[in-house]
Design a protein around this ligand. Sequence first.
Ligand code: HEC
Length: 127
Amino acid sequence: MKNVRKKIFVVLALAGALTIVGCSERREEAPAAPPATPAVTPAAVDMEAAESLFNQHCAACHPDGGNVMRPERNLSHANLMERGLGTPESLRDYLRDPGPGMPAFDANTISDEQGENLGHYILEKFQ
Ligand code: HEC
């Protein structure tokens, strides 16, 4: 009985060690890739309203998700993920305090909810 437990323990310990080795090897091969979260848009998000907000306030500088002033700061999904802007909330926050050259949008112009909806729209639209 004692031996069986010991064997089980050894097997589990080996499995654990292999898992750790497996993970660290994988990490060495593909460094620092942020997990790609699929853009899941809740049904409640009004995408049409978000689109017209985007056309009204953003499209002049970000046509088709690009960036006419600074092309490398475009709105492609991969780029936003890389820059920590891969969620609707982080995009809403960015509007309040953007990078140089982009006007800040306060809550009177774009509400928190509208900002998040805009975030959903951007993450889904510009792959
Ligand atoms: C007058 C031009 C202009 C307008 C209007 C504008 N942006 Fe920008 N946007 C920029 C510039 C310039 C940058 C790059 C800032 C930097 O260098 O960090 C930028 C960057 C961004 C980024 C970060 C992209 C990245 O890769 O870092 C997001 C997200 C963004 N804008 C969203 C919006 C949204 C949403 C709107 C509309 C509500 C908007 N922008 C309106 C000029 C503009």
